[in-house]
Design a protein around this ligand. Structure first.
Ligand code: ADP
Length: 890
């Protein structure tokens, strides 16, 4: 949805003569028209008008009304208690709304007239930073997208405010937006800002991948403004050093994302200190369709991580490591050298078992250092964050210590270890300032350690002594009045009071002043108690504000070290990930792949990492041998359920894993760098986008035909199923011919098909090979051997699979019966299109025509000739004879 359409809709009523509080509300709404306004009134956040209606619906709270508009209409109202803010906020943003919090910005007790209010914070799905609202540890990106009409590009930026990760790139603006979608799927942003007026265009291209598109004023999408802002933010003279001058639309997007983030957070966000160019040309491109089909980071069934590649191989210990793995896996590299550097590190950890175990022990339940650094910079790190930070820094230095005495460390580990900053001073500082187990919030005090600050200690003494004085006074009064049940109590409304039960009221002395009557007795005060009370109150009040001051000062000191903290966090992420990949390599018996620039692929005993991990019985490994100029296209036939899809996906996943720097599930693997993996797998209606199965199939096919290069890998599973069989067959065949092309090489292609007729292509196209999955037939049964062997098969065992699936036996028996008849020629499935369809349904051998041919006398004669016994003259005359008879026959 776009925010201007749905949330925080405009107001139906115009502010006329309304109460001063409502005027404040209207003012806030004027400033933040696309937000729901949470308007603080006493102990509640109230929402009004249409905001109230939305909130009542979304948060399931009661809708009432408050006062009337000048035109007599009731003002709808829905409120939530202030202490429950986080829960409700989190619900609203998870549903794609933006919320502006309008606070009382002066003390109501001191206010003259109406309390001043102002918006102090805007919470949007893409800019959440509070720990309470940011569950889980996955990255949460804000995206900005800006079309550049002249250059026909779209500039995009992704910013994770919680960690400071900031990446930009550009994609082509023409076409169906497939590149834009690919980027969006990779980063999965929670919100995308776009210039007003282009939201429909971008939304169409993104096709509902992102929950919220927020159109923003065009003024924030300005190149010059963006350059100035970024230079100021990163303290650099010009953007040259970032190497992004040739992508101005991306810079504009970056400027807009940062401006929007700063505006919503009311903070300069100084932990965002750099950005990196996300160069598609440096990565193996995995577009949205391929990521989905290969189930790399989310599964097809319910889009969770269950049963995905990432979930299977993730053995990292830290949130930073887990996020980094998700980044690497969706953007594998395309440089042999860079990949080998990562592989060296992983291999190192596979050999260093004790080191790896020690490291993983240290990192177990390691804190989210990256996000804590973000919160310190933003100023909302909690006291507990600081204690966690201190522990995390101590562990970081132990991690560094692990490598101290080691000589031969691979380059990428050495750099990471070197970048773990020595922040022992911060550990000491936090240790001196903060108690061991601080409360969650600073508001109620009890955070700063005794001995850290003299004045604080003095006030605490008064506060503590004050309580002792009260206890002493209670004892004293008990003795003076002789009332044993006399008690001095405290509540927030009356402060301290002496409570006397009904039965003892006659013994109350004259100097007791009555304050309140309760059901069980009466409450009194005396001058001595008032005196003590005022001293304690003053001390407590000062104590709280002093603690807050000291805490803020501590955060200011820590803020100066944010970039060192971030570097340390990044290093820990890399080390954790290398060790994690080594762990999964050992656990699943993966091997180090050999990378090469040649467009080849040689896999021995390859396995599908996810299917293998989920199978109780053993996975049957298979080989793959392909090259752009040799065995370029494999046509894979075989029974349903034989393992075709699993095989093709396993090949693709081995490439993804190899190029991201992981070991791979195989006995041996040589991987020629792939620039992009294309997949066209299965057939399902994309109901959400209103496109038919066949249309989706053809769109995906068009992308492949237009973009595949000699360096690409193409996986086509059952293309042409969504239309009539004749159509489908023709499309499949011409796609094959196109992929083969007339040149000497083409994209490495795996082509699984039901069209057995296609296996004939091998004879016509040089670089096509047939192979199929072996099946063992017994009298009664069919056993899938899951082994890929050369050559074609002409059976698909559809009826067998139908029976496995529990199709009722009369249906199975009838199908078998029909099949036998067709094969004996007793039943004709018909001709033309109908014939093709039924051939596949009934599984008739494709190499035979399903219709029994008429006897052919000429063929019979040809069969009977013994060529070797003919003289050349006899041969000539026979040929002439046959020719004239053939003419007579037609
Ligand atoms: P197809 O695409 O030929 O219809 P699939 O690839 O979907 O078949 O495989 C069907 C099932 O067979 C998979 O879900 C998997 O459980 C199992 N399977 C596939 N390949 C193998 C293999 N090599 N070893 C063991 N089981 C396999």
């Amino acid at each position: 949805m776009t925010s201007s359409q749905e949330s925080g809709t405009g107001l139906r009523e115009k502010p006329g003569k309304v109460t001063p509080a409502m005027q404040q509300f209207y003012e806030a709404k004027r400033q933040y028209p696309d937000c729901i306004i949470f308007f603080r009134m006493g102990d509640f956040y109230e929402t009004f008008c249409e905001d109230a209606e939305i909130c009542a619906r979304e948060m399931e709270i009661t809708l009432t009304s408050r006062g009337r508009m000048p035109d007599g209409q009731d003002i709808p109202l829905a409120g939530i208690p202030y202490h429950a803010l986080d829960g409700y906020l989190s619900r609203m943003i998870s549903r794609g709304y933006k919320v502006a919090i309008c606070e009382q910005i002066e003390d109501p007790k001191k206010a003259k007239g109406i309390v001043k209010r102002d918006v102090v914070r805007v919470v949007t799905p893409g800019t959440v930073i509070d720990a309470a609202l940011l569950p889980g540890e996955g990255a949460r990106y804000l995206m900005a997208a800006v079309p550049d009409k002249k250059r026909k590009r779209i500039g995009i930026a992704f910013l994770d405010i919680s960690t400071g990760d900031f990446q930009i790139s550009e994609v082509p603006a023409e076409g169906h937006g497939e590149e834009l979608r690919a980027e969006a799927v990779r980063f999965r942003p929670a919100e995308c800002i776009v210039p007003k007026g282009v939201e429909q265009e971008i939304e169409r291209k993104l096709n509902r991948i992102i929950p919220l598109i927020s159109p923003q004023d065009n003024s924030i999408f300005d190149l010059q403004g963006a350059e100035d802002l970024l230079c100021r933010q990163f303290s650099i003279q010009s953007l040259d050093s970032l190497g992004c001058c040739d992508i101005p639309a991306a810079i504009t997007a970056a400027g807009a994302a940062l401006t929007y983030a700063q505006k919503t957070q009311f903070d300069p966000l100084s932990h965002i200190r750099s950005l990196s160019r996300n160069l598609q040309s440096e990565y193996l491109v995995l577009d949205a369709v391929t990521l989905r089909n290969l189930e790399v980071v989310s599964n097809i069934r319910d889009r969770t991580e269950e049963g995905t590649l990432v979930k299977t191989i993730d053995m990292t210990q830290t949130p930073m490591g887990r996020r980094l793995l998700r980044r690497w896996i969706t953007a594998p590299l395309k440089s042999v050298e860079a990949i080998n550097q990562r592989l060296d590190a992983v291999e190192f950890f596979t050999h260093e078992t004790i080191l790896r175990q020690d490291l993983r022990q240290l990192l177990y339940r390691y804190a989210d250092l990256e996000r804590i650094a973000g919160r310190i910079s933003y100023g909302n790190a909690s006291p507990r964050d600081l204690v966690t930070l201190s522990d995390a820094l101590t562990v970081a230095s132990s991690v560094r210590g692990l490598f101290d005495s080691l000589a031969d460390i691979p380059e990428s580990i050495r750099i990471s270890v070197r970048e773990i900053s020595d922040l022992q001073t911060l550990v000491t500082l936090i240790g001196q300032a903060i108690v061991d187990e601080p409360p969650l919030l600073i508001r109620k005090g009890g955070v700063i350690r005794d001995g850290y600050h003299e004045e604080l200690d003095r006030l605490r003494l008064i506060s503590r002594d004050g309580r002792q004085w009260v206890a002493d006074l209670e004892q004293q009064e008990k003795e003076r009045t002789g009332i044993k049940s006399l008690k001095i109590k405290y509540n927030a409304v009356f402060g301290f009071f002496i409570e006397i039960t009904k039965a003892n009221l006659s013994s109350v002395p004259d100097d007791y002043e009555r304050r309140q009557t309760t059901a069980n007795g009466e409450r009194f005060t005396i001058p001595a108690l008032r005196e003590v009370e005022s001293q304690i109150a003053t001390a407590d009040e000062r104590l709280l504000s002093l603690e807050e001051e000291l805490y803020t000062a501590l955060l200011d000191t820590l803020r100066e070290h944010v970039s060192a903290l971030q570097e340390t966090a990044h290093s820990m992420a890399r080390i954790d990930l290398f060790a994690g990949l080594a762990e999964s390599a050992l656990k699943f018996r993966y091997v180090r792949p050999h990378l090469t620039d040649e467009p080849v692929l040689l896999v021995r005993e390859g396995r599908h990492p996810v299917v293998e991990a989920s199978l109780e019985t053993g996975f049957v490994p298979n080989d793959a041998e392909m090259s752009a100029s040799g065995e370029q296209i494999l046509i894979i036939t075989g029974a349903n359920m034989a393992g075709k899809s699993t095989y093709m996906r396993s090949v693709a996943l081995i490439i993804v894993m190899a190029q991201m720097g992981s070991f791979v599930p195989a006995g041996y693997a040589k991987v020629g760098l792939v620039d992009r993996i294309f997949t066209r797998v299965g057939a399902f209606d994309d109901l959400a986008s209103g496109q038919s199965t066949f249309m989706v199939e053809m769109l995906e096919l068009a992308t492949i035909m237009n973009h595949a290069t000699d360096q690409s890998l193409v996986i086509l599973d059952e293309i042409g199923r969504g239309t009539s069989t004749l159509d489908g067959y023709c499309i499949a065949r011409s796609v094959l011919e196109h992929l083969h092309g007339k040149k000497s090489k083409g994209p490495r292609t795996l082509f699984a098909t039901h069209f057995h007729e296609l296996v004939g292509v091998e004879e016509d196209l040089k670089r096509v090979r047939n192979c199929h999955f072996a099946v063992r037939e017994t009298d009664k049964d069919v056993v899938f051997l899951r082994k890929l062997i050369p050559g074609a098969t002409d059976r698909s065992y559809g009826i067998h699979v139908a029976s496995l699936a529990g199709v009722p036996s009369p249906v199975i028996i009838r199908a078998e019966d029909l099949m036998k008849k067709v094969m004996r020629g007793e039943e004709s499935p018909g001709g033309g299109v109908k014939r093709y369809t039924q051939m596949i349904l009934l599984d008739a051998p494709a190499t035979h025509s399903a219709v029994t041919p008429e006897p052919d006398p000429i063929r019979e004669e040809l069969d009977s000739i013994d060529v070797n016994s003919l003289t050349p003259l006899q041969a000539l005359s026979l040929l002439a004879d046959l020719k004239s008879r053939a003419k007579d026959l037609t």
